[in-house]
Design a protein around this ligand. Sequence first.
Ligand SMILES: CC(C)(COP(=O)(O)OP(=O)(O)OC[C@H]1O[C@@H](n2cnc3c(N)ncnc32)[C@H](O)[C@@H]1OP(=O)(O)O)[C@@H](O)C(=O)NCCC(=O)NCCS
Length: 199
Amino acid sequence: MKVTIPFLVAQRLVLRTFSRAEAPALQQLAGQREIADTMISLPYPYPNGEAERMIEQFTDDFRAGRATPFAIVLREANQLIGATTLRDIDREHAQAELSLWITPSCWRQGYGTEAAGTMVRFGFEQLRLNRIYACHLTRNPASGRVLEKAGFQREGLLRQRVRKWGVFEDVALLSVLRQEWTARRGGIKTAAGAGSGDK
Ligand SMILES: CC(C)(COP(=O)(O)OP(=O)(O)OC[C@H]1O[C@@H](n2cnc3c(N)ncnc32)[C@H](O)[C@@H]1OP(=O)(O)O)[C@@H](O)C(=O)NCCC(=O)NCCS
């Protein structure tokens, strides 16, 4: 079945579907220890064949309405720098979980903030969600800051929610509600737009 997978255009980024040809690049980026270190679930070492499997899965998830996985790509250089998704899409309660990572060589340049803001906009405007939530290890302030800048508020602390590298760690839970995002929008310069690409 033909399904339309959107692409989202932000100021310096495009969020679009992964192509099968990007499997080696995805494996190389997602396989970095610095990324796995603070992701709640990302295999490390990243197994051979996992990127191909994930790219297939991404398309299936999009088609089934389970998740909206996007490659994060620098617009001008057309360079893959990360990935993001709204996953566990729950139609009954109009909510989903945001997840993202950026390759370390591109950290602290505002790309995480730009990608998160673009996904939040997509979630509220196009998926018609009411609540978007996200989790991060409490020792990962960068993620907390990205989410805060995208309008998320802290809901609570999940004590020893995950076992990372054999150690139980606390996780912060944050969310942003449609009504908050709508109220904030007037004051935010929104650079993101949306187009579509057939898959
Ligand atoms: C979290 C992550 C996406 C942030 O991406 P990024 O592109 O570096 O984020 P930005 O450049 O938009 O920075 C956003 C804010 O975080 C701050 N920040 C970035 N790295 C930080 C760090 N190590 N410690 C504290 N603050 C940090 C920035 O200063 C910025 O805040 P400011 O605008 O007030 O100065 C990136 O670090 C990453 O992919 N980490 C590995 C995977 C991961 O942890 N993903 C999140 C899982 S929930």
